[in-house]
Design a protein around this ligand. Structure first.
Ligand code: FE2
Ligand code: FE2
Length: 370
């Protein structure tokens, strides 16, 4: 209760008045003003070693035809209304076995893949196939037809990042299944990589009118080489190490309109400064190991783990071996509307006071997803 609501309550006449307002589906604003809602997203870490055996098991016992996508969701224990990693983003793990096809569909939510293990599987987007390798960042833009297939000899696992909770909050979440298992392949494999993969060289004869990046696959080998070259010359960001954003080569903007995506190289033994900003961020450890201090707690991460830094939570990183963190954030939505705010921690040499270690939380009761 706020000061103002105390000042205007406690008489029979006011109680009667509030009841009358409620009966017409109204609410007196002065009864709610000043009562800030605590954001539900909590910092959390999902260990790949916990998820991998269950993904392998799912591949044995759950036919892909029934699941459509064989996916395990990483659910934030602070969010009890649904299964999602943060207030706006999903972080899911998907497995596809050799010979399988995850059938074609499209949705208004945007999706990205960060490949974790395996080879020989492809994502096809609007008639273009791209074969994926570990560390590749693959886009599946809003409302594009897409299917996945595994033509390799071993299972492939990747991280799926989606903006579904954001799009659901906007009540704009549309979905459509394609009439056949696969959308027809109408373009050469990796056409977009050949057209736009050189970054600053733009093909003059190709027209691309969509607001998302025309590039479907940002190859890890190219990203890593760029990070290493930069690390040889530059200190990088005090907060993120040698960090690059995956951009739309035509505009310089985010690769996907709603998700800003990054790769950050952290040098071994180096401790970044703490900062906080609006926008929740999902991190995935492409390689390396280390720890992050988030909201005063130490989160130890290893290769292939995933963790979330909620909006406005202090965070800093400390790699124990050379590490590359892939991350994606809803800051792409915040930036254009003046909602992105950032500040550095000034006291204590720019480092948080450590209050404890991350411990897995009990699984909360959740309202079943609609
Ligand atoms: Fe999809
Ligand atoms: Fe940050």
């Amino acid at each position: 209760m706020t000061m103002s609501s105390r000042a205007v309550s406690g008489t029979a006449e006011l109680d009667h008045f509030y009841d009358a307002v409620k009966r017409i589906h109204g609410r007196a604003l002065w009864q709610t003003a000043g009562t800030a809602k605590k954001p539900p997203t909590v910092p959390y870490l999902w260990k790949y070693r916990d998820f991998r055996p269950l993904l392998i098991k799912a591949a044995e016992i759950v036919p892909i035809e029934l699941a459509e996508r064989r996916v395990l969701v990483m659910a934030n224990p602070g969010i009890t209304t649904d299964w999602q990693a943060s207030n706006t983003l999903l972080a899911n793990l998907q497995i596809i076995k050799p010979g399988e096809v995850a059938r074609s569909h499209r949705h208004t939510a945007s999706a990205l893949r960060l490949v974790i293990e395996g080879s020989g599987a492809y994502t096809a987007v609007d008639g273009e196939k791209s074969y994926m390798e570990p560390g590749d960042f693959v886009t599946t833009p809003n409302w594009t037809w897409h299917d996945h297939g595994n033509e390799g000899a071993s299972a492939m696992i990747w991280l799926d990042g989606l903006d579904v909770p954001l799009v659901q909050g906007l009540e704009a979440n549309l979905y459509e299944a394609y009439s056949a298992k696969k959308f027809p392949v109408t373009k050469p494999t990796d056409l977009s990589l050949r057209l736009y993969g050189a970054g600053s060289l733009r093909p003059t004869w190709v027209k691309h009118h969509a607001i998302h990046s025309p590039l479907l696959n940002y190859k890890f080998a190219q990203t890593y080489a760029a990070l290493k070259a930069m690390a040889g010359q530059a200190e990088g960001s005090p907060y993120d190490g040698v960090s690059v954003e995956y951009t739309n080569p035509l505009t310089g903007g985010p690769a996907l309109p709603t998700m800003a995506c990054f790769a950050s190289l952290l040098r071994p033994g180096r401790h970044t400064q703490a900062h906080r900003h609006t926008g929740g961020t999902i991190y995935h450890v492409t390689h390396g190991s280390g720890r992050s201090i988030i909201g005063g707690k130490v989160f130890h991460w290893d290769e292939k783990d995933t963790f979330v830094v909620p909006s406005w939570a202090w965070h800093e990183h400390h790699a124990t071996s050379e590490s590359v963190l892939f991350s994606y954030s809803d800051s792409a939505v915040l930036q254009p509307f003046g909602l992105y705010h950032e500040e550095a921690l000034e006291e204590n040499g720019g480092h948080q006071k450590v209050e404890g270690e991350f411990e897995p939380l009990p699984v909360p009761e959740r309202r079943p997803a609609a």
